[in-house]
Design a protein around this ligand. Structure first.
Ligand SMILES: NC(=O)c1ccc[n+]([C@@H]2O[C@H](COP(=O)([O-])OP(=O)(O)OC[C@H]3O[C@@H](n4cnc5c(N)ncnc54)[C@H](OP(=O)(O)O)[C@@H]3O)[C@@H](O)[C@H]2O)c1
Length: 299
């Protein structure tokens, strides 16, 4: 019998890619979306062969109905506490009620198990959700993948293309991990149909230090890149506090200070994985930062 995988957040960026990766396998894909979800996004999923169920996402029984006989519920929801804790709790409870054995929470982040409480707001929310999920009967698997590699050419101010500099706080030899959303989606789809996954799976498409970025960008552009080092982690911590104080934007998912918290955690090294699960599914071809930048045609 074909496995049934239910996806929450299927209309999102990563969720959409997870759906595509699942559709490439021999499984039935169901998407549970909210009543106000854009109709065009729903039609797009349906045209691909996904069974889409718009529901009131505060209604556990409604969600549970569509989870019956599913092997795993994959969440790729994005949001603050209300969504990551509030809505995900309802999805987990609904899955438990429908006797779904496995759940993949919407983490897809750096490994926050070693972070101190209060260090990173968005990751604290996920850790708090873990306290809940770990008390339920469902078997949860978190996927840690480091920052999305895709952010290197969009929102992450690490490669300063115009200035030909690499922004570096602290140690320029500190290893930083990156994974493309395509690789994360392939890995998540494989983990979703897996019979038995551990509580945490850690992957990284590539690992580079700021010094490695300088070398790589110099090679790729044939122009001389260098480090831009405004200061150490201590200074970045002060800037985070000041930015948060003067511009709290508490209701935003990614206010400036939140981006800075991610950057600080990355450069501080506390979130670096000790062991990787990249080889768990041997068919996945991991994209390196070099390959990604060449494909993106950013030069
Ligand atoms: N490691 C990294 O660098 C990195 C970067 C970005 C994101 N992420 C993580 O990846 C995950 C997915 O993020 P994304 O950027 O792909 O998200 P996204 O594109 O913003 O999509 C969010 C999805 O969640 C749904 N959603 C949001 N709130 C909901 C609610 N209250 N009830 C039901 N559905 C709701 C949206 O549905 P509608 O279509 O109805 O709005 C949409 O399908 C998140 O955990 C995020 O933190 C990690």
């Amino acid at each position: 019998m074909r496995k049934i995988i239910v996806v929450a957040g299927a209309t999102g960026n990563l969720g959409g890619k997870i759906v595509n990766a699942l559709l490439a396998k021999d499984v039935e894909v169901r998407a549970i979306v909210r009543l106000e979800t854009d109709i065009e996004k729903i039609q797009d999923l349906e045209q691909k062969g996904v069974k889409v169920f718009p529901v009131d996402t505060s209604n556990k029984a409604e969600i549970s109905k569509h989870c019956v006989e599913a092997h795993c519920l994959v969440s790729a929801l994005a949001g603050l506490e209300e969504t990551i804790i509030g809505t995900q709790k309802i999805f987990v409870d609904a899955a438990v009620e429908a006797n779904v054995q496995r759940f993949i929470p919407s983490d897809y982040s750096s490994d926050f198990t070693n972070l101190k409480v209060g260090q990173n707001r968005n990751l604290d929310v996920r850790r708090k959700f873990h306290e809940y999920i770990d008390k339920t009967f469902i078997k949860a698997t978190t996927i840690f993948n480091g920052p999305f590699m895709d952010l290197l050419t969009t929102d992450m101010p690490l490669i300063l293309f115009k200035q030909k500099r690499i922004l570096c706080w602290g140690n320029p030899n500190q290893i930083l991990e990156f994974t493309t959303t395509d690789n994360i989606a392939e890995f998540t789809a494989a983990a979703a149909i897996d019979e038995n996954t551990p509580r945490y799976l850690r992957i990284a498409g590539d690992k580079l230090s700021c010094n490695d970025f300088v070398k790589l960008l110099t090679e790729l552009t044939t122009q001389k890149y260098s480090l831009f080092r405004p200061g150490g982690i201590g200074l970045l911590n002060i800037l985070i506090k000041l930015t948060r104080f003067f511009s709290p934007s508490t209701n935003e998912l990614y206010p400036a200070w939140q981006g800075m918290q991610y950057m600080r955690d990355l450069m501080e090294g506390r979130i670096i994985f000790q062991k990787y699960d990249n080889d768990r599914y041997s068919f996945i071809k991991w994209t390196s930062v070099k390959e990604f930048l060449i494909t993106e045609k950013v030069f």
